[in-house]
Design a protein around this ligand. Structure first.
Ligand SMILES: *Cc1c(COP(=O)(O)O)cnc(C)c1O
Length: 459
């Protein structure tokens, strides 16, 4: 150990006198600057104690502390660039909001607002009133309400209609979604008793019929969003389930998962049941997410027959599951677009990305490739066909044709490139496929091309 070097380690007070650090104090909070200086000094102290360095300058310590400071100043929750091609990426925040939805959020966040105030009557109002009419108009349901997320919506529906009673579910629909939403567990929380019927691959109408008793609270249908059973399968249709429910005066509740409000089969996708269709077929209560294919904020939307939805509004649990003003503002802004399908497709980023034509993606790939190649010759970029995913456990078998840029390098391996992109100041999340790093144009925005090209130039 070099004692002299150890003695020469600068002190915090000493560094605070340096012009470079004084400048930092102008832009950062003092406590964060102090932490960075202490940590940087500590790094060098350890290096000296371990005989890892034999010389040291004040400048080195300051440079290291500024690096630490810049990191500390970054928000923990922050922007990343999604180059994976998975549009509703649960790890990356699911749906992006439309411009209009964002403006509405800002407006209610920076101003007082009529969240629970009826302006016309001059007295207390309901926070749910702002979007109920829109949801009714768009889905065709009698009534609507919104809670924190779809998991909460299912819980509330079961707690309201099925507490201490039995919910009949097909074994083929007892799914786990996204690692944390398990149908049987949610049911336990709600106090509903699960009655499993049928088998994993086949459930018949008589399976439900034979299990209906005086104690049956609901017939529950769950959309098996993130997996598909192929081959010898049978599910009971909504029509049959609704008929059976009506005959026995038992409400039929459907968790449809993704809030699909547009018939995507018109645009070349496999048919995915829409909210409107379930309502038309007579489902009593329907729940879905706000931030999956609907393209809005995190929310759990409940639509259906007024006599059931109104009971849910009065449930004490609703108070614990309620959404805040920013979510409401974003949801109203998003739903408004759905009054006209082309508006929704043009303005809601999730829909816009999902339905972006292949030719357009090819053009974007060519443009980005040209920009990249102009900035660096350490990499070769090639354009190729690939497939994007919807994500968020929606349409798991749908492979959407796309264009990607493949990255090759003499200097770096694919995992190294992937890591460097990820560790960029604005993290770029790419995919590795067959030992090649690829960036899917479907989820990239032109406004980020500069950040991407700069990341490669400085690699
Ligand atoms: C995604 C999903 C959920 C969970 O929804 P959150 O909004 O994430 O709580 C529940 N059920 C189904 C069928 C889903 O697809």
């Amino acid at each position: 150990m070099n004692r002299e070097l150890l003695r020469s380690l600068p002190k915090v007070d000493e560094l605070l006198q340096e012009e470079t650090i004084k400048q930092q104090l102008g832009n950062s909070m003092r406590v964060i600057v102090l932490d960075s200086l202490r940590e940087a000094i500590e790094v060098y102290r350890k290096a000296i104690l371990n005989d890892e360095i034999q010389s040291l300058t004040k400048e080195e310590v300051m440079t290291h502390s500024i690096m630490l400071l810049n990191k500390k100043n970054l928000p923990k929750l922050r922007k990343v660039i999604n180059a994976t091609g998975t549009v509703v990426h649960t790890n990356l925040g699911r749906s992006l909001l439309s411009k209009d939805a964002i403006d509405r959020v800002i407006n209610v966040a920076e101003n007082y607002n009529n969240l629970e105030y009826d302006i016309e009557k001059g007295k207390r109002g309901s926070r749910y009133s702002h979007i109920e009419d829109l949801l009714i108009k768009i889905t065709g349901a009698e009534a609507a309400m919104v809670v924190n997320n779809n998991a909460a919506a299912v819980m509330l529906a079961l707690d309201t209609l099925c507490r201490e009673k039995e919910a009949i579910v097909s074994r083929g629909q007892l799914v786990e979604i996204g690692g944390s939403f398990r149908v049987p567990d949610i049911m336990k929380f709600s106090g509903a008793k699960l009655v499993e019927v049928g088998t994993t691959n086949r459930t018949h109408l008589y399976d439900y019929q034979d299990n209906i008793t005086e104690n049956t609270g609901v017939l529950l249908k769950v959309h098996t969003s993130n997996f598909k059973i192929m081959g010898f399968t049978e599910e009971v249709s909504i029509e049959d389930l609704v008929k059976l429910g009506n005959e026995n005066e038992v409400p039929v509740v459907e968790d449809i998962g993704s809030g699909v409000l547009v018939d995507y089969s018109k645009y070349g996708f496999v048919y995915e049941p829409t909210v409107q269709e379930s309502i038309r077929k007579g489902i009593d209560v329907l729940t879905f997410s706000g931030d999956k294919m609907l393209g809005g904020p995190q929310a759990g939307i409940i639509v259906g027959k007024a006599k059931y939805v109104n009971r849910m509004k009065r449930n004490q649990l609703t108070r614990a599951l309620r959404i805040d003003k920013m979510t409401l503002a974003a949801l109203e802004g998003t739903l408004k677009h759905y009054l006209e399908e082309t508006e929704a497709i043009n303005n809601i980023p999730t829909l816009n990305m999902l339905l972006c034509p292949k030719d357009e993606l090819k053009k974007r790939a060519q443009k980005l490739k040209r920009k990249l190649q102009n900035k660096t010759d350490k990499f070769t970029f090639t354009i190729d066909n690939d497939y994007s995913m919807v994500g968020g456990g929606s349409m798991p078998t749908e492979k959407i044709e796309t264009y990607v840029i493949k990255i090759k390098s003499e200097s770096f391996t694919a995992p190294q490139i992937e890591e460097k992109l990820r560790m960029n100041e604005v993290a770029i999340i790419a995919r590795i496929n067959n030992n090649e790093v690829i960036m899917d144009l479907r989820t990239l925005f032109e406004k980020d091309y500069g950040i991407i090209t700069e990341a490669f130039r400085t690699m």
